[in-house]
Design a protein around this ligand. Structure first.
Ligand SMILES: Nc1ncnc2c1ncn2[C@@H]1O[C@H](COP(=O)(O)OP(=O)(O)OP(=O)(O)O)[C@@H](O)[C@H]1O
Length: 577
């Protein structure tokens, strides 16, 4: 192929690139006819001309020429008039002949249009014989690219008219500002829609490409310009409009995952809100089920399997290390009852995971830290992670001191290993809801009190606790602002590999009883983790898979650093106490 001309001199690189393109593209082109097509395309004179124009335009961008006069046509007609009487000179005759040529006249007129920036088309005058009573009809032309138009339609039950039901915020229809809710649709691309079903109209729209013409009768009241409300919701469930039978228009729906932050731009419709996903570039809002509607739908569904939330007894004593008291210590006798299916349990509608209103929050320097709550199946490594955090920075991290009603041993100090209190006082505290969790082991009570958490937080330290997931809701207050981290076991093969030498009970006290993990332990761990995630996943702000312990620790450390220093989303109710 001959080298392309580089005589323009401005962009030799571009010409060289064009010349080199066919050989560069060679490996990607399989058919010979495609190769010859490419070669002839790059040789094409019009392409070369386009490049020249492009280069010139770039030059103009830099110099930006300004017109000397705005109306050169009138100047020329003045000049022609003055020269009319002096036609004796041959030059004057030639000039007059030139100036009167249609091409030159058109060129001058184009110059004036550009100089005056007069680009608007001239509209024909309105006819004089307009019927005042006739509905004013608007003809609207929208250019449709790949994105949907962002409007939904419905048939009016009384009149049978096809009306615009919704305009999606930020969508093509909304951006045009020409179509409004309540407008009556008469025609699409010249096809009358009165006798058509909404689905048929949608099909016509979907099949149309490029410019679409609508004939509409404007609705009675124009929508007042709406200010986008600043409501942000955290999604507590996964949503896929394509699987939702109730949504009025699947294409208009917005899919999202649990944990997504949604900017709710319209709550006008009590059933279908409009929302945009925070942090996503798409300017068009999509339909999502409203909180109320989603709650109603969920309320009729029963959870298949739930982790029991009522087990309060038969627990083992926790280790001296584990001061944050936890009832899930695996005990062959009690384990079954803790995780069994409770089909009879009524689903608490307050727990229906739909949306939670959130706001951005940044911890002020010196303000109390958020309470760090680790959740996970027994044996997954919560203690190991807490221990690593404590060792990494003992001035910064701390754990709670549990209460017990058992007698103090000689080597123990009250308020160090435990707060030792009498049984009847323990029972009074249980009665007064002073414990976040408590249990009984060999006739003695053990428990973690809310005050023990407060005590750590008031020292301006990060308090680390691990609790049963059903206890989280009692801590979800402005006071504690819990940061809930789910410690998840890796897949079974990785559990077997990484826990070969690990002891089930990790504490010093229980070392004598420590044994290695069995296959049953691993399966139980994975199964429980799945149940926890299904039932309480919406409460987890962070999920860390504890495969390699050091990696899990680094991930946890980083997450904790972030919530201490960076802005992040928290429930709005936590910020105005
Ligand atoms: N990623 C890991 N790789 C290998 N061993 C691990 C890992 N994480 C934890 N372990 C080991 O597994 C055992 C159980 O861990 P740990 O006691 O921290 O679990 P836990 O979640 O606190 O359970 P429990 O609630 O029963 O106390 C310990 O011996 C610990 O050292």
């Amino acid at each position: 192929m001959p080298a392309l001309s580089t005589t323009m001199g401005h962009e030799p690189g571009l010409y060289e690139l064009l010349a080199a393109l066919p050989s560069q593209l060679q490996p990607h082109v399989s058919r010979p006819e495609d190769t010859s097509f490419l070669q002839s395309m790059f040789r094409e004179r019009s392409l070369h001309s386009l490049i020249k124009i492009h280069t010139r335009l770039q030059l103009y961008e830099e110099i930006r020429p300004l017109p000397a006069v705005k109306s050169v046509s009138s100047l020329v007609s003045q000049l022609s008039e003055e020269l009319e009487g002096k036609t004796s000179s041959g030059d004057v005759k030639e000039l007059l002949a030139l100036l009167s040529r249609p091409h030159v006249k058109s060129l001058l007129s184009v110059h004036d249009t550009v100089a005056q920036k007069n680009y608007d088309p001239e509209l024909p005058p309105l006819p004089d014989d307009l019927d005042e009573d006739e509905d004013s009809v608007k003809i609207i032309r929208l250019v449709k690219n790949k994105e949907p138009l962002g409007a939904t339609i419905r048939r009016d039950d009384n009149t049978g008219a096809i009306l615009i039901a919704r305009i999606m915020r930020g969508g093509a229809a909304d951006r045009s500002g020409l179509i409004h809710v309540g407008d009556e649709l008469k025609e699409v691309n010249g096809i009358p829609v009165e006798d058509k079903k909404p689905e048929e109209i949608i099909r016509i729209l979907a099949q149309s490409q490029g410019a679409i013409t609508f004939k509409v009768v404007p609705g009675a009241k124009e929508e007042a310009p709406v200010k986008e409300p600043k409501v942000f919701m955290k999604a507590l469930f996964d949503y896929n409009p394509l699987e939702d039978k109730a949504i009025p228009c699947k294409e208009a729906g917005l899919a999202f995952k649990r944990g997504a932050i949604l900017h709710i731009v319209s709550q006008d419709d009590p059933t279908w809100w409009q929302a945009k996903q925070q942090g996503e570039a798409n300017p068009r809002a999509g339909l999502i089920p409203s909180k109320q509607f989603q709650e109603r739908r969920f309320a009729v569904r029963q959870p298949v399997t739930t982790l029991s939330s009522s087990v309060r007894s038969s627990t083992r004593r926790t280790s001296s290390f584990r001061r944050s008291f936890r009832l899930s210590r695996r005990d062959k006798k009690t384990n079954k009852s803790m995780y069994e299916c409770k089909k009879s349990e009524l689903y608490d509608t307050a727990d229906v995971p739909t949306y939670e209103e959130v706001t951005l929050y940044r911890r002020q320097t010196g303000a109390k830290h958020r309470l760090v709550v680790l959740i996970g199946p027994t044996g997954v490594g919560m203690n190991a992670l807490k221990r690593k955090l404590l060792i990494s920075d003992p001035q910064h991290f701390s754990i709670t001191i549990p209460h017990t009603s058992r007698p103090k041993k000689n080597q123990e100090t009250d308020g160090v290993e435990y707060h030792f209190i009498a049984k009847h006082l323990f029972e009074t505290d249980i009665h007064n809801n002073k414990f976040i969790e408590y249990g009984e082991y060999k006739g003695n009570y053990y428990g973690t009190s809310l005050d023990s958490i407060r005590s750590v937080l008031s020292k301006n330290k990060v308090c680390l606790i691990d609790i049963q997931p059903h206890s989280i809701k009692h801590l979800r207050t402005a006071e504690f602002k819990p940061f809930v981290v789910f410690i998840k076991p890796p897949p079974l093969d990785r559990l077997r590999e990484t826990r070969q030498n690990a002891k089930f009970i990790s504490s010093k006290d229980d070392k004598a009883n420590g044994r290695t993990f069995t296959e049953e332990d691993f399966q139980e761990m994975v199964r429980t983790a799945q149940l926890m995630e299904t039932q309480y996943g919406h409460l987890f702000e962070k999920v860390i898979v504890n495969d390699d312990l050091s990696a899990a620790f680094s991930e946890l450390r980083l997450a904790l650093k972030r919530i201490e220093t960076e802005e992040h989303w928290v429930p709005i109710s936590w910020t105005h106490s």
